[in-house]
Design a protein around this ligand. Structure first.
Ligand SMILES: NC(=O)c1ccc[n+]([C@@H]2O[C@H](COP(=O)([O-])OP(=O)(O)OC[C@H]3O[C@@H](n4cnc5c(N)ncnc54)[C@H](O)[C@@H]3O)[C@@H](O)[C@H]2O)c1
Length: 265
């Protein structure tokens, strides 16, 4: 393992949840560019099919598995279908997530708490639980969970979203502890915590949720001014950390949370 070979993913199988749009699509493309075949699991099957086209354009195989990652039966099907079609799973990227609401806690219906936690936290548990036995048999695997910069930076009071941040914080701690439990099986588990990445459906949703706030543009500018690099990020600027964690370049890296936020935190 030396030079650029240490990032080579030729022959590897990646399973990416939420691979239909945004960062997930970008990660699927990146994994394929470095040699991996990709199983794309998304609740939006049409979007996942578009991503599959990009993976194939990069010269790799792609399969699409329509999956709601909050439902254990669909997650079990997602994993068995990937193994049936590709024979193994080397990389699991728990990327599906959504903001769902920007409420203060006392304005949040209990059902919304359940939904936010189900997608942004429990889903990674379900997917990890289903994939671990496959990786244990292989004695090798890399699991990458998508958290958020909100786990280290509460931001200004207008940011709200404490339940979403708590879900992502739970996911980060889950990643660290699970890494300690499965390291001896050859399974590495890490989390990434992206900063402000507006060019995704998530970014658009956050903007929509702020819709009637007339000072939103000023507040956004203020927030951007706190980023060391002076600008928000692009999905492709988060790709490198995913390739690294998926590859043998990260063979001694586990239980870590990587904040990729242009210096915002
Ligand atoms: N964009 C940002 O600023 C930002 C910052 C930090 C963290 N994140 C996190 O990054 C991840 C990717 O988000 P994005 O910004 O690319 O947004 P996105 O909305 O473009 O992508 C999310 C994907 O998840 C899929 N999805 C939603 N619910 C699902 C379900 N129940 N089952 C399966 N798939 C489902 C969507 O169809 C979509 O393809 C999310 O976990 C998000 O919380 C985003």
């Amino acid at each position: 393992m030396s030079g650029s070979n240490m990032f080579d993913l030729t022959g590897r199988i990646a399973l990416v949840t939420g691979g239909g749009t945004g960062m997930g699509r970008c990660f699927c493309e990146g994994l394929a560019e470095f040699g991996a075949d990709v199983a794309i699991a998304d609740i939006d099957e049409d979007a996942a099919k578009e991503t599959a086209g990009l993976v194939e354009k990069a010269g790799r195989k792609a399969i699409v598995i329509k999956t709601d990652v909050t439902k254990s039966s669909e997650v079990e099907n997602m994993v068995s279908e990937t193994v049936k079609q590709f024979g193994k799973i080397d990389i699991l990227l728990n990327n599906a997530g959504a903001i769902m609401g920007l409420n203060l806690i006392h304005e949040t219906p209990e059902e919304l708490w359940d939904k936010i936690i189900a997608l942004n936290f429990k889903a990674a548990f379900l997917c990890t639980k289903a994939v671990i036995p496959v990786m244990q048999k292989q004695k090798k695997g890399s699991i990458i969970n998508t958290a958020s910069v909100g786990i280290v930076l509460p931001g200004d009071p207008d940011m709200k979203g404490s339940i979403y941040d708590a879900a992502k914080g739970g996911l980060a701690v889950f990643s660290r502890k699970a890494a300690s439990e499965y390291g001896r099986d050859g399974i590495r588990i890490n989390a990434i915590a992206p900063g402000m990445i507006p060019g995704t459906n998530f970014g658009a949703e956050r903007k929509k949720l702020r819709g009637n706030d007339t000072t939103a543009a000023d507040k956004l500018q203020h927030r951007i001014s706190t980023i060391a690099l002076g600008r928000p990020g692009k999905p492709e600027e988060i790709k490198g950390i995913v390739i690294y964690l998926a590859s043998d370049a990260a063979s001694y890296t586990t239980g870590q949370v990587f904040v990729i936020d242009g210096g915002m935190s």
